[in-house]
Design a protein around this ligand. Structure first.
Ligand SMILES: *Cc1c(COP(=O)(O)O)cnc(C)c1O
Length: 379
């Protein structure tokens, strides 16, 4: 059996991508605008299926940055953010000279804990500073506790920026992730469920917000024949080449979701007979995860002392990539001075959690290799 590298999550082309990219070359739309950009936005709007407007941008990080600007975040403001996430959720807060306030996770979805969230809001208000926005994340494609989090946000009238970078194709009560927040964001980076090689999008229910995002992302040019500017602009628009890849990927998105869910079931099936290992799973039927990454937590007290790091190294030995869960932001050196509300849920998840190969393009042979190593490891 070959020993070629098995990746955690790698790009998976469907076939039609080249056709759209070829069209862009044939018509010389090799620019950060063009028919593929509009087409990709339309495809996403149709897919999200909610009266939403989508603006295609150069990255998910750019989308979060513009989203915070449109919510009105300024220097000195405080912005609440889920602690267990990728740093790109929090970095744009810093770009704006604002301060992040980090919130712990809960154990059902591993996302923002509603109890810690409300505690944080009340404490910040008592200190004289009401947070201006909440960034909540659907980690690994698992929807966060939508109803609890949104009812707290409404109660205190704080807008939610919904970081759906990992959750295109996930839904809660049949409503697609990305459409719940005041502003939603998507990512099409190389490791996400679909990719444009690099890219992102902003999702909003308001046409004027989309128009504003596009305006800001194309250097904020006023309507004049010369270059006239009344606002600080950004160069954040998606290129027509990348959008061509995106249009091809949209044709296979639902297949990718199914294939990732199959990978998840493969792990559920494997681990159901193994003590001390649990797989991140939908708490009930209201939740539908794209299972972008399949993730487990290991309790070493029930596995004869075998830890997640032992498993990671055992897989690495066989040229198989796995990765610890996101290290919480409040434990990151760059964010250590900022407030954190919660206990140790995200810390324990980080300590004992591991993401396993989850790509939609894993072959049967690769699955057999993975299973063999897991079997030997837990023997
Ligand atoms: C990937 C990711 C982002 C950033 O998206 P990019 O397109 O890579 O800039 C933001 N948040 C989360 C949770 C992500 O996983």
């Amino acid at each position: 059996m070959s020993n070629s590298k098995i990746w955690l999550s790698s790009p998976h082309m469907g076939g039609a991508e080249k056709k759209y990219v070829q069209e862009a070359f044939d018509t010389n739309w090799v620019a950060p605008l063009g028919p593929n950009v509009n087409g990709f936005e339309n495809d996403l709007e149709k897919y999200l299926n909610q009266e939403v407007y989508v603006g295609a941008l150069s990255s998910g990080t750019a989308a979060i940055h513009l989203g915070l600007i449109m919510i009105g975040i300024e220097t000195g403001d405080e912005v609440i953010c889920q602690s267990m996430t990728f740093s790109a959720s929090a970095n744009p807060i810093m770009y704006l000279g604002a301060s992040p306030i980090f919130i712990d996770s809960e154990l059902d979805t591993w996302n923002m804990c509603p109890i810690a969230l409300e505690k944080a809001i009340l404490d910040r208000i008592s200190k004289g500073k009401k947070p201006k926005a909440i960034i909540s994340v659907h980690l690994y494609g698992m929807p966060y506790k939508i109803e609890e989090i949104h009812s707290i946000a409404e109660k205190y009238e704080i807008p939610i920026l919904e970081d759906s970078a990992e959750a295109l194709g996930s839904s809660y009560k049949n409503q697609k992730c990305g459409t719940f927040g005041e502003i939603g964001i998507l990512s099409f980076n190389g490791n996400k469920i679909i990719t444009t090689s690099g890219g992102g999008a902003i999702v909003t229910k308001k046409k004027d917000l989309k128009d504003k995002a596009v305006f800001l992302s194309t250097q904020a040019r006023d309507n004049a024949p010369h270059y006239q500017h009344s606002h600080v602009g950004y160069n954040y628009r998606m290129s027509n080449i990348c959008a061509g890849i995106g249009r091809g990927q949209m044709e296979v998105l639902d297949d990718h979701v199914q294939l990732r869910r199959n990978m998840h079931n493969f792990y559920i099936e494997f681990f159901k007979n193994i003590d001390g290992v649990s797989v991140l799973n939908e708490p009930n039927n209201d939740y539908f995860s794209n299972h972008w990454l399949s993730a487990i937590v290991i309790d070493p007290q029930k596995t004869n002392g075998k830890t997640r790091e032992d498993l990671r190294l055992a897989l690495e030995n066989e040229n198989i990539e796995s990765r610890p869960l996101w290290k919480p932001m409040h434990l990151q050196p760059v964010f250590k001075e900022f407030p954190y509300y919660g206990h140790k849920v995200s810390e324990l998840l980080f300590e004992n959690g591991l993401c396993l190969p989850s790509g939609s393009n894993l072959s049967n042979e690769e699955k057999i290799r993975i299973k063999e190593i897991l079997t030997n490891f837990f023997k």
